[in-house]
Design a protein around this ligand. Structure first.
Ligand SMILES: [Zn+2]
Length: 140
């Protein structure tokens, strides 16, 4: 199938989802510094993304970087650097999970789907927000 992110024909991939939305000011209670916004969210849009694009997204995420740091410092063979690698690596991974949840592959696949939709619309886009499944779930 043709990957909707990299536009190459690939044998392996999966469908990922994204949501698009428009923000507009809400009428009603407004503070001096805060402004209530309402969102109209549409979706899900389902896009077929190849495994290569998703793997690249996982590797370049905070979780992938954390795993890399964790592994690389083990190669030093120095106990204090190995320990540092474990702490720094796990901290990056934990930070990613705190922000995005445990579904790392799904979140990274959805992130690629969002980039594909953004690239497709370019500057013509009239959407203000793009959300993955996890973000939409947290809004409910
Ligand atoms: Zn691809």
């Amino acid at each position: 199938m043709r990957c909707q992110r990299c536009k190459h024909e690939r044998a392996r991939g999966a469908y990922y989802q994204c949501y698009v939305g428009v923000a507009y000011p809400s009428t009603g209670a407004e503070g001096a510094r805060t402004r209530r916004m309402r969102y109209a969210i549409q979706g899900p849009r389902k896009l077929w993304i190849c495994h290569r694009c998703v793997a690249l997204s996982v590797l370049t995420s905070e979780a992938g970087l954390g795993a890399l740091v964790l592994l690389l410092f083990q190669l030093t063979g120095q106990p204090e650097w190995m320990l540092f690698g474990i702490f720094a690596g796990l901290l990056l991974i934990a930070n990613y999970i705190a922000d995005h949840g445990w579904e790392i592959i799904q979140t990274c696949g959805d992130a690629q789907a969002i980039r594909a939709v953004q690239a497709e619309m370019g500057s013509e886009s009239h959407y203000d927000i793009y959300l993955d499944r996890g973000q939409v779930k947290r809004l409910e």
